[in-house]
Ligand binder design. Sequence first.
Ligand SMILES: [Zn+2]
Length: 102
Amino acid sequence: MVQHDLSATGGERASAVRTCVGCRQRTLAAELLRVVARESESSGFAVVPDPRRRLSGRGAWLHPTPECLGLAVRRRAFGRALRVTGHPDTAALDQLVGSTEQ
Ligand SMILES: [Zn+2]
């Protein structure tokens, strides 16, 4: 059994670190956009931004940039991170970050 050194984790809440599902870099959560999966009739599910971090369900974290969004889509990282299958509809994210691919 591993004993965590509590003194080393002080202030963790204020500087929470998350992994971007696009570039896989670990970054302060404050610099990442939280996204969640919503069921969608047309394509199975849609990935929608949750800037206020209040939506329920499993979330993923992403740099709000076209590069990281593109990486996440190509690597099918949303399906893995959000535990959903099928091709995600990321139109809402495309709009938010300004996709470079049309
Ligand atoms: Zn990233």
